[in-house]
Design a protein around this ligand. Structure first.
Ligand code: ADP
Ligand code: MG
Length: 383
């Protein structure tokens, strides 16, 4: 990919350019916790965006997307927003850098990526953090990594119409080979934990159901409302509860009869998920992948039966994993479709993937996609 980008850069703009890269991400555990002030536990992966970038001495950006085989040019003023969706990510990053007082001038770029689009691995965050990092490096703006992540997040909000949290861009900017990062979504404190499944004889593999059920956004709003309702009830007894994640299991029990059963179940999942993230972190510090895997199954159960954001295809994939003695498996992301993330013993990997493909196809009429992932570095300059 690097050589292809460099060749294209030479052909389109002449000469050579500095190379930058960034990554997509997975989240091992900690789902629907971000808006409840809880933990997420993501890591950057070995699939990302690579870009050749060189200032061109003008006030225009000339960008070539290898994957779309398309070139565009845009200025750096608010009115210059390009019409290609992919270019809006780059434009947004430029604008958000400028808004923060950073310097950005015209540049030429050719870029490409290998994060599957829309599969839940956050190809858009990879794109944003690659350019945010590169621009900061080229013009020596001295913007810190957290603010680079926020530049990506604001780009989604203000230029791409996606009202996302900070996890994806955070993981993509802070990602480190062999480490997952536990982020406290309330305080934004974070901590790295070792995660090197390959060294311990495991593999991380995503099985993409390739389905996306439509109720996702209305269901998402309903889940948030349930969580806020439960937190408000608990707050009456325990004023320190700002978010649901501040509450103890017992405190939820106290208000059981005051809130709808549905809200109780949603809150039960969220409070359980908080503890599971902590348990997984403890387990990983001991190199205990079996316990980490078991927690992943518990998260799946909670997402399916308490939070009710799974679907038939994902429950089916989770069940197959359990049947085949896969160490850990759960739906990853918001739910209602997308991927399961699976922690598999290396010797079981081939059989699991073969069965998942064959039996899923027989049951649902289309093949799932398989993505192997290795936890890798996030945004960086390539030497
Ligand atoms: P995801 O869940 O993968 O982030 P999004 O819909 O948020 O899905 O972002 C996908 C969009 O990001 C694409 O439609 C495209 O505009 C842009 N994008 C991602 N990867 C690339 C790439 N390799 N080349 C060009 N644009 C890309
Ligand atoms: Mg995205």
């Amino acid at each position: 990919m690097i050589a292809k980008i460099q060749d294209k850069f030479k052909a389109v703009f002449g000469g050579s350019a500095d190379m930058y890269a960034s990554a997509g991400r997975i989240n091992l555990i900690g789902e629907h916790t971000d808006y409840n002030g809880g933990y997420v536990f993501p890591g950057a992966i070995d699939k990302g965006i690579v870009a050749a970038i060189r200032p061109n001495g003008t006030n225009k950006v000339r960008a070539f997307s290898l994957d779309y085989n398309e070139q565009t040019e845009f200025g750096l003023e608010e009115a210059d927003k390009p019409k290609q969706a992919w270019a809006c990510y780059i434009f947004g990053v430029c604008r958000e850098t400028i808004k923060r007082g950073g310097k950005v001038e015209g540049f030429d770029t050719v870029f490409a990526g290998d994060v599957p689009l829309g599969a839940g691995l956050s190809s858009s965050a990879a794109l944003e953090s690659c350019f945010a990092f590169a621009i900061n490096d080229i013009w020596q703006n001295g913007i810190d990594k957290f603010e680079l992540a926020k530049i990506g997040q604001s780009t989604e909000h203000n230029y791409c119409g996606v009202n996302c949290g900070i996890m994806d861009q955070f993981a993509s900017c802070f990602g480190k080979k062999g480490c997952l990062i536990r982020l406290n979504c309330k305080t934004l404190e974070y901590k790295y934990f070792p995660f090197d499944p390959e060294a311990a004889g495991y593999k991380l593999v995503l099985v993409d159901s390739c389905v996306k059920h439509e109720l996702a956004s209305s269901a998402y709003n309903k889940r948030r409302a349930s969580c806020e309702n439960a937190a408000a009830a608990i707050r009456k007894n325990h004023p320190e509860v700002e978010f649901l994640s501040d509450a103890k299991r017992l405190w939820l029990e106290e208000v059981r009869t005051e809130i709808p059963e549905e809200d109780f179940l949603r809150a039960e999942y969220v409070i359980g998920e908080l503890q599971r993230v902590l348990d997984v972190c403890d387990a990983l510090e001991r190199g205990d992948f079996e316990t980490a895997g078991e927690m992943m199954y518990q998260t799946h159960f909670g997402m399916s039966k308490l939070y009710e954001v799974s679907c038939e295809e994902l429950d089916w994939l989770n069940k197959l994993a359990r049947k085949m003695d896969v160490t850990g498996s759960r739906v990853m992301g918001g739910g209602f479709g997308g991927c399961t993330i699976n922690l598999v013993k290396a010797e079981l990997y081939d059989a699991f993937v073969a069965e998942a493909k064959e039996q899923f196809s027989a049951r649902f009429g289309h093949a799932p996609k398989i993505y192997d992932v290795v936890i890798s570095d996030g945004a960086r300059k390539l030497q």
